[in-house]
Write a protein that binds this ligand. Sequence first.
Ligand code: FAD
Ligand code: 2HG
Ligand code: ZN
Length: 493
Amino acid sequence: MSARGSVASLARRCLATTARPVVRGDFSEITAGDLETFTSILGDPKHVVTDADDLLPFNRDWMNKYEGKSRLALRPKTTEEVSRIMRHCSERNLAVVPQGGNTGLVGGSVPVFDEVVVSMARMDEIRSIDPLAGVMVCQAGCILQHLDETLAREGLMMPLDLGAKGSCHIGGNISTNAGGIRYLRYGSLHGSVLGLEVVLASGEILDVLKPLRKDTTGYDLKQLFIGAEGTLGLVTAAAIHCPPRPKAKNATFLSCDSFPRVLETFRRAKADLGEILSAFEFLDKESLDLATRTFADVKNPLEGSSDGFYVLIETSGSDEAHDAEKLQSFLESSLEAGAITNGAVAQDVTQFRAFWRVREGVPEALNTHGAMYKYDLSVPQAQMYDLVEETRDRVGGMAYTVGYGHLGDGNLHLNCVADAYSDELSSRIEPFVYERTAELGGSVSAEHGLGQMKASCIGYTKSDSAVEMMKLVKRTFDPKGILNPYKVLPSSN
Ligand code: FAD
Ligand code: 2HG
Ligand code: ZN
């Protein structure tokens, strides 16, 4: 049996970091002349942010865990402006952090020292939608949810969805290679992104934006920027393949009395639901308890259930009756076989949203605690929960440990929350979590990226030769190392 920590009390926010200490690179500091140049590029001083209070949201991340000391944030509107900004930064040797919606969870979107923040928030125009081809071309600063709402009017949808959809940008999604809840069905952005427009460190505009489904002319350069976390260039526009919006959607919330039963339910869902399966999420009892205790609007759809594990399955298809029938038969056989102990099917849109609110409430509930040790791991599904139990055993009562995530994709979200960060707690978790993940043949970053949190951890997943090759790519695209320094690669400064 694993030891279970008590829920840490809602604590004051503690600005602490588990990142490795780094030394400021040999970059220039901002001068009055630089400010004049940027103001002339952007045409209006209000897009050149220098006031300390106004800079705070650019300097601090969503978790309040990482905080930089930038003295300048720039808010361009066009690709040409981004290009001129980068040309100047390159000439002056000024370090830059590209910033989207600033919802990243690894400290990648905020400065470490005094890097210039280039916010993409004003670059929010949709350039075109081709309903027949299912292709949208838009600027990088478009908010994911707005894109999805706009596509809905054309009978299309965004191929990705995540809890931060109301704030995150498509450029940020591409730069982190975000996964989310629809990955199981629609796959990686490496497939959905058809083209990109990117401003390189030198200010050069790389145009590989052609919105073609098929194109085998030479090297597929756009792939390098998907998941590069702003270290190779600033994504300014993207062409995305957008699938048809499903006519029928269902959600079911299930309980299982053990993790092997969760796996059995997944096996059955794939076999019985087939092409209509669009999400398979799991959460342990600790995650569910935390979310329901923290937020009044989060309710356990299986009130009174005390099982250890919960599963949220979504189906998306084109025929309501056919999908409902399939779901019903899957539920009956799963119950009969003992894979699940109980279940509820959403009867309307309100219930559908309430089920998803439970799942999406977990990261928000975790974020109400003073210290959050957050791990986003790819591990073989069979061993996924062992890692949670082993970590829980190690931290004992020092933290409250939860495991949940995108089980369908083998993506575990392991979180330990406590009142405050401490060396003792850190050393109980790290490097254990990374070492175990490596032993299991997994990845220390499934979908959040490496950022500053894990810049020294890439070696747990990638070979030395792969890391050396990545450094070569970095030097080729950004010889001065001005783009998002101290992130992704070890000793990049
Ligand atoms: P930011 O946080 O601003 O930036 C992220 C990284 O991308 C940084 O390194 C930044 O420098 C770089 N960047 C941003 N824009 C650009 C650009 N235009 N060009 C070049 N580089 C750029 N992530 C998932 O994968 N799946 C989830 O299910 C998920 N759920 C989440 C739920 C919540 C509640 C929260 C807070 C976060 C969640 N995330 C999830 C993490 C986060 O939302 C994603 O990483 C998202 O893709 C980041 O987008 P953003 O616009 O906020 O980027
Ligand atoms: C999710 O799937 C996000 O909810 C956040 O990726 C995960 O907070 C986390 O650990
Ligand atoms: Zn996730």
